[in-house]
Design a protein. Structure first.
Length: 209
């Protein structure tokens, strides 16, 4: 649990307009807390990934980078931080972090649909791109046809196009409230910005998608 002194320092930083900072267990550099991934220990000695920073108790922080996570696991950084023996294996930790990142991205896609910030379907997306609409990001299902994928990429120009390896047409359809969806475009706005940010973090853990 956060100590009274630590809690007081965090509140003072926020009141002063400064963001709380934490040190990465891997590289030992200091960053704004929201830029790092939080971990908390479970009673059974396992380590929990608190990606949304909602779990109670004292946390430890690591950069959203493969090397930092592997270093923290290999050098017993979590056990030292929590002053107790924790079972941490580097590759398993990477996999668990990547899974929570995928969930975060899926949730944002669902939020975009509910907020009316998504344009679905290859024809509609191509039309929006060709008209120069304010599209910030285009998503392609991993099993989209090569022809459609090529058309969308050409029409997108310099706009980012992502093809996540876990999103097939069926899964993307579920997130969009449809049976299937092969193409989805996100209009510029806070949700699209957050999606681009989460994709960049995912790249650091799991590699390009």
């Amino acid at each position: 649990m956060m100590t009274p002194a630590a809690g007081s320092r965090s509140r003072s930083l926020v009141a002063a307009g400064r963001k709380p900072q934490r040190t990465c267990l891997g590289c030992r550099e200091t960053f704004d807390q929201h830029c790092l991934i939080r971990f908390v220990p479970a009673p059974d000695g396992t380590l929990l990934v608190d990606y949304r920073r909602k779990l109670p108790g004292r946390g430890a922080y690591v950069c959203a980078r493969r090397q930092c996570l592997l270093q923290a696991a290999a050098k017993s950084g979590f056990s030292r931080s929590f002053k107790r023996e924790l079972r941490v294996e580097g590759q398993q930790l990477l996999a668990r972090v990547a899974e929570q990142q995928r969930q975060a991205i899926d949730n944002l896609i669902g939020m975009a649909r509910k907020a009316g910030q998504g344009v679905g379907g290859s024809n509609l997306v191509l039309g929006e791109l060709q008209r120069g609409s304010d599209i910030a990001l285009v998503l392609l299902a991993k099993d989209v046809s090569a022809g459609i994928g090529d058309k969308v990429r050409r029409a997108a120009g310099n706009r980012p196009v992502r093809q996540p390896d876990w999103l097939d047409k069926s899964r993307l359809g579920v997130l969009c409230g449809r049976a299937e969806r092969s193409v989805l475009a996100l209009r510029s706005g806070p949700i699209a910005e957050k999606l681009l940010y989460e994709f960049s973090r995912y790249d650091q853990i799991a590699g390009d998608c």
